[in-house]
Write a protein that binds this ligand. Structure first.
Ligand SMILES: [Zn+2]
Length: 55
């Protein structure tokens, strides 16, 4: 389902930017997490994906 509401889209984008992705199992973790919620690995990396932002 595509997101068409601009306000909602902004929230979705910022949430995607804030996600932490586990390098071990690939699970997405909430921002600020220190351990993976699935495999408890601490090998998390921030998911930095620019959507619609050009610099
Ligand atoms: Zn994991």
């Amino acid at each position: 389902m595509p997101v068409t509401d601009p306000t909602l889209l902004k929230i979705v984008e910022s949430r995607l930017l804030d996600r932490l992705v586990c390098r071990k199992c690939g699970a997405r973790n909430p921002p600020g997490a220190t351990k993976c919620r699935r495999c408890r690995s601490r090998n998390l990396r921030p998911k930095k994906k620019r959507i619609g932002i050009k610099k």
